[in-house]
Design a protein around this ligand. Structure first.
Ligand SMILES: Cc1cc2nc3c(=O)[nH]c(=O)nc-3n(C[C@H](O)[C@H](O)[C@H](O)COP(=O)(O)OP(=O)(O)OC[C@H]3O[C@@H](n4cnc5c(N)ncnc54)[C@H](O)[C@@H]3O)c2cc1C
Ligand code: FES
Ligand code: FES
Length: 464
């Protein structure tokens, strides 16, 4: 496909397959080799660039989502020579082989643009999606701290120059469709395309599951692709009086969920979960809809949404269909979605706002890890030590996320002591049959349930 977009303020056009990565275009077609290729799967951050001002990993940005958009690379950042930030890195010994440096510079620039005086924790979070094999992370941390202390402020992005790209004409749209590339402008158009092409067309949102799967060879290059990015109907995030629920569009990124004010006030576990999906660049790209529809047993959103009484709303040309979260998964990597449907949004009802809630994620390391076990919990305290609406969702251990079936029967509407919770948690854990490491995982489930209730019951003791 022929594609026009801006790089470092200047218009460029390329002819490329639709799912080729931005990284390949930058390096191979445009000769911008400052952006590096490390893992090619979203893990190392060497390929970080800014897309429309957001930090993203260019190895996961598909070409067909670039039309008319603006990319800034390390060459754009340092167009006028090394920046104060780059000098600070050098002075702190944060550069050895230099392979990771462009990625760290792009991540640091993004961090400082959004938070000009970050504390240590914020710097660690801001750089968490980047790997360095040489320097050790202390010098990188000090590099950013030095730049801040010296009053470094990121330069403004170079302004776009040259003629704006013409709106895609109907003609070019038609010829792209003949190539199997669909760029709908509205949800209605997208649904018509699905109606006609069904399973043959692959819908791409953030691309953070699709592109790494193609690199790993787990997924073949599809013959037909459809872009979901930018469809306004999928990107709404608001409280709806009518449904009495927070409605999160399927195309909403985890970064937006993390920052949403309702999360801070009423849904702290939702916020915590979103803030733990990969690192900043992944959160800027990955969508809630993609997370649920990829139907990975290890996806973080589903266990919590099960606990928060979520509902998935599908849409097709025939209208909307509501599926409670507990009916969304039909087996390993299988969902209730019909081929002509898109996931439109997820609803979280206001009856769980302010519930006692928690998202636990256990992995092989503390942060940036694929869950080996995840647990979403939500309960409403009716009276001291007595709870209603006890819901516990679980992920990673069974072929698909599930709700613990007996949680409400065993834990609701009775006065809970820790002794009783321990017994009930052991029974609940035994209802789960993990695919492997059965005893270990059941023990973890039991421990996390106990930890959740221990915090609630202890809080009550402290309060009284
Ligand atoms: C480095 C890295 C770290 C990660 N860390 C985590 C993590 O900590 N926790 C976690 O849960 N995940 C993690 N992920 C996985 C991934 O980022 C998420 O699953 C992401 O939310 C997928 O969303 P997306 O928009 O990128 O989906 P895409 O890759 O665009 O699509 C994924 C699937 O969903 C389908 N789809 C997308 N939107 C819709 C829709 N509206 N209707 C119907 N089908 C749709 C697509 O057709 C495709 O089959 C990580 C990934 C990477 C690369
Ligand atoms: S090359 Fe490693 S994250 Fe893109
Ligand atoms: S300086 Fe060599 S990988 Fe970071």
């Amino acid at each position: 496909m022929k594609l026009g977009f801006y790089v470092n303020g200047l218009p460029v056009t390329v002819d490329t397959p639709p799912l080729r990565s931005l990284l390949s275009i930058l390096r191979e077609d445009l000769g911008l080799t400052g952006t590096k290729e490390g893992c090619g799967e979203g893990e190392c951050g060497a390929c970080a660039v800014h897309l429309e001002g957001e930090l993203v990993k260019s190895c996961m940005v598909p070409a067909f989502q670039l039309s008319g958009r603006s990319v800034v690379t390390i060459e754009g950042i340092s167009a006028q020579g090394p920046t104060g930030l780059q000098d600070a890195f050098l002075q702190e010994g944060a550069v050895q082989c230099g392979f990771c440096t462009p990625g760290f510079v792009m991540a640091s620039e993004y961090l400082l643009r959004n938070d000009p005086a970050p504390n240590e924790e914020a710097i660690r979070k801001g750089l968490a999606g980047n790997l360095c094999r040489c320097t050790g992370y202390g010098s990188l941390l000090r590099g950013v701290q030095r730049a801040v202390a010296e009053g470094y402020t990121p330069r403004n992005f170079p302004p776009l120059s040259g003629e704006p790209f013409p709106e895609d004409s109907e003609m070019s749209r038609k010829s792209l469709e003949e190539e199997g590339i669909f760029l709908p402008r509205t949800l209605e158009e997208a649904l018509k395309i699905l109606e006609t092409h069904g399973e043959d067309v692959l819908s791409v949102a953030g691309g953070t599951d699709i592109l790494p799967d193609m690199v790993k060879g787990v997924r073949k290059t599809p013959r037909k692709v459809m872009n979901l990015r930018g469809l306004a109907e999928l990107e709404k995030l608001e409280y709806q009086e009518e449904s009495g629920a927070l409605e999160i569009g399927a195309g909403v990124t985890f970064a937006r969920i993390r920052e949403h004010s309702l999360g801070a006030r009423h849904l702290p576990a939702l916020r915590e979960m979103a803030a733990g999906v990969g690192a900043v660049a992944i959160q800027n790209m990955a969508t809630l809809g993609g997370n649920l529809m990829t139907a990975s047993a290890a996806g973080d959103a589903a266990p919590l949404l099960l606990a928060l009484e979520g509902e998935a709303v599908f849409v097709s040309s025939r209208g909307e269909r509501v599926v409670p979260m507990e009916d969304l998964y039909r087996g390993y990597r299988k969902t209730a979605r019909q081929p002509s449907e898109l996931l439109l949004k997820v609803r979280i009802p206001s009856r769980v706002f302010g519930s006692s809630q928690k998202f636990f994620k256990v992995g092989t390391r503390k942060a940036l890890t694929i869950s080996r076990l995840s647990l979403g919990c939500s309960v409403i305290e009716k009276a001291p030590g007595i709870f209603s609406r006890v819901r516990i969702g679980i992920g990673s251990v069974t072929p698909c996320p599930m709700l613990l079936p007996r949680a409400s029967e065993l834990l609701e509407n009775r006065h809970l002591s820790m002794e009783y919770v321990k017994e009930a948690a052991a029974l609940l854990a035994r209802d789960v049959v993990p695919r492997k490491d059965t005893a270990y995982r059941q023990e973890m489930i039991r421990n996390l349930i106990c930890r959740f209730f221990a915090e609630l019951l202890e809080k009550r003791v402290v309060q009284s």
